[in-house]
Design a protein around this ligand. Structure first.
Ligand code: DGJ
Length: 706
């Protein structure tokens, strides 16, 4: 029997994980703030032992991370599964433990059930914990896995949760609630992460906000079906967890087979929600292939809202001409260039350039784009097929479906079964051919319907389909070094911590209305950094809401992301072009700060205003936006405060308007607008008096340390 230590621990960046192994099962004693080097872990174990109430088992048994029924735990077990009705309540014993400075691996076994289970905890230098679990069937009968969730205990002083719901053009709407006895389960069964996907679930101390309070977050590295959970038992103990939502029969393990669950990303902040954001950003940015580490995020023009399906070289050349004047760096041709795709009813699946609209191929357009100093991007939706397509006519069986039924159509399309090797190869080879023939730097990859009846030869196949799209992206990138991929799914329907490893950009939302975008971007940015989130200046009148906004408001909103334009620029006035040019230069001059700094959001006394900004990691500079969302409840606005600065340093503060002027409604603006010098502490504790903005307006405030 190998030596099993009584405790194992990981520490990084003020965060600590302590796992006790002394009771025969792994028990998380603590995940949160570092408890100090003089901590006696055995004493913590002793202090953590519960009293035994009446009407309970005679001894308190800690259920540990597997939360087994066999140990007397009455909450939701981590592993659910069975072998012909047997082995549904395993009892795991620790088999071996290995650890190094940044990771711990614990292997357990239930000999009689023939099950092996293992967990790996890996703590990054930024204090982000990855929890990876797998279960292996060693018996000679099949074992059906129903779920394998990863859980963490929540301290008793955590009383609130926050997660996010949404729909098309209104993604990531927060829901905050008190943790009460019961299970709060956010489930996604769409076969993609979805507009309603929470990305992360937060648990917080009472009233925690952007800068204060303790906050824990969990998010799954997965783009298929998911479940995020918060559970509180009548004992008073609460926990947070998540896992892949498996469909019945989706994972059935034969002898020797194993199920590797998607990893859980966990983080902790003693400094409010901004601390969670900061850890995720630093963790993602530490990757050598992180998009903004690879190169500055190019200012993008996507022509979708300019021309929709109406492709012609003359119009697109005019657009490229204006884009060049403005300073656009990437020109993206959206839906409509291939097969019979003249509208959304046909052509999906036929990834060959349409002779009707592009008789000389895409080269003439790409030459126009490149000669104007821009790179070229192209739209695909390779997981889908219109029944009215050559592909479907040749291979009607290549869709995810249950034998004898055809799933209902969504946007006139079906889902191509990428777990079918021949279908996968067909899509790969057609797209590979386009990428080989043309100089294409970037693809926008769409996914415009949910999965229903998603079966491969009768067996549920969401899991395998999700793995297939990851493989497709990875192989395309392997064959076309430097290729960037944007994950789009009717806007923000596939933004998650799994896809961050396969895509370089997310299309945040089909809503380009700046007011809606303020909310969508704010909440998506809780863990996804701005450089990965496409944010475009849309038309003056929004195509999805029909609201009208000034260019200035749209421009400031689009600045805090991977900025771009999505508007028929040929219709813009000279004045608008000049303002767009000025905004484009501002974006280019400041994107290195916006895409590397710490995101800071300032709590407001009322909900008429957002204040958010990015502070350089060395605190030398910052750019904040003051956003007027609606009419103020008071006649003069609340003080504009700034957090995250160096408290003792002096900063010059000034208001900037890089794309025209905001609309002010006061009789006089304050006198500091051209510059005032204050300490970081004064800016945080007292603040400055802002001008009175009309609703749906914004201004930028620059801060520079002297
Ligand atoms: C939905 C996307 O979100 C849009 O941006 C656009 O690409 C259309 N699909 C094209 O069909």
């Amino acid at each position: 029997m190998p030596h099993i230590p009584a405790f194992v621990a990981l520490n990084a960046d003020g965060v600590q994980l302590i796992v006790s192994l002394s009771s025969g099962t792994p028990v998380i004693l603590h995940f949160g703030a570092d408890l100090g080097s003089s901590l006696d872990v055995a004493a913590l174990g002793l202090a953590s032992q519960e009293a035994v109430p009446h009407a309970d088992l005679d001894e308190h048994i800690s259920p540990g991370i597997w939360r087994e029924d066999s140990r007397g735990f009455h909450g939701r077990p981590a592993l659910l599964g069975q072998t012909n009705g047997q082995n549904w309540a395993p009892l795991f014993a620790i088999q071996g433990v290995t650890s190094d400075p940044d990771s711990i691996e614990i292997a357990c076994v239930d000999q009689s059930a023939g099950l092996e289970i293992a967990v790996n905890y890996k703590l990054s230098k930024e204090g982000v914990l990855r929890v990876s679990q797998r279960v292996k069937n060693q018996s000679n009968e099949t074992y059906a896995v129903e779920e394998l969730n990863a859980w963490l205990p929540l301290p008793d002083h955590v009383t609130e949760t926050m997660d996010f719901t949404g729909r098309w053009v209104k993604e990531r709407q927060p829901q905050r609630r008190e943790i009460q006895v019961g299970t709060w389960s956010r489930e996604i069964r769409e076969g993609r992460s979805g507009h309603d996907y929470t990305i992360v679930q937060l648990a917080m101390t009472p009233g925690a906000n952007y800068q204060t309070g303790e906050v824990w977050s969990v998010g799954l590295q997965w783009s298929g079906n998911t479940r995020h959970l918060v559970e509180k038992l009548p004992t008073g103990r609460a926990s947070i967890g998540a896992g892949e939502l498996l469909l019945p029969g989706e994972v059935i393990l034969a002898q020797g087979e194993e199920y590797v669950a998607p990893s859980l990303v966990v983080s902790y902040s003693a400094e409010g929600i901004d601390g969670i954001t900061d850890r995720h950003y630093r963790w993602l940015r530490s990757r050598s292939n992180h998009p903004s580490v690879v190169r500055p995020r190019p200012l993008t023009l996507n022509v979708w809202e300019a021309v929709y399906f109406d492709h012609n070289l003359e119009k697109l050349t005019q657009l490229a001409d204006v884009a060049q004047v403005i300073g656009v760096e990437r020109f993206v041709l959206d839906d409509g260039w291939f097969g019979s795709r003249r509208n959304d009813r046909s052509g999906l699946g036929d990834w060959v350039v349409s002779n009707d609209v592009w008789p000389n191929g895409l080269k003439p357009l790409i030459d126009v784009v490149k000669s104007r100093g821009m790179e070229f991007g192209l739209w695909f939706e390779g997981e889908m097929v219109n029944p009215d397509s050559d592909l479907f006519r040749e291979h009607p069986d290549w869709i995810l479906h249950v034998e004898g039924r055809t799933p209902p159509e969504g946007r006139f399309q079906q889902v191509l079964d990428l777990t079918h090797q021949a279908a996968f190869e067909h899509v790969f080879s057609q797209i590979d051919a386009i990428l080989s023939e043309y100089d294409i730097a970037y693809i926008k990859w769409d996914h415009n319907r949910t999965l229903t009846d998603a079966a491969h030869f009768g067996k549920a196949a969401v899991r395998e389909q999700t793995k297939a799209i990851y493989r497709l992206f990875d192989e395309l990138k392997l064959h076309h070094p430097g290729l960037e991929i944007e994950s789009c799914s009717s806007g923000g329907g596939r933004i998650d911590l799994g896809m961050v490893n396969h895509a370089d950009r997310f299309w945040t939302s089909d809503c380009n209305d700046a007011l809606e975008r303020q909310y969508i971007q704010r909440y998506t940015q809780y863990v996804i950094p701005p450089e990965m989130l496409g944010s475009h200046i849309g038309p003056t009148e929004s195509h999805t809401t029909h609201r009208t906004h000034s260019l200035h408001f749209r421009a400031i909103t689009a600045l805090f992301g991977h900025a771009g334009l999505e508007w028929d620029l040929t219709q813009t006035t000279d004045e608008e072009r000049a303002q767009l040019k000025s905004w484009a230069s501002y974006y280019k001059a400041n994107r290195s700060l916006i895409h590397s700094g710490r995101m800071v959001r300032i709590e407001q006394p009322d909900d008429s205003v957002f204040v958010h900004g990015v502070v350089a990691q060395d605190k030398s500079r910052a750019i904040f936006a003051l956003v007027s969302l609606r009419g103020m409840p008071t006649s003069t606005p609340n003080a504009l405060r700034f957090e995250g600065l160096d408290g003792v340093a002096n900063y010059r503060v000034k208001l900037v308007e890089p794309a025209g002027k905001a609309q002010y409604v006061g009789r006089h603006s304050p006198r500091w607008l051209d510059g005032v010098v204050l300490t970081g502490a004064a800016l945080a504790r007292v603040g400055i008096r802002p001008p009175i903005l009309a609703p749906e307006n914004a201004v930028l405030i620059e801060l520079e340390r002297l």
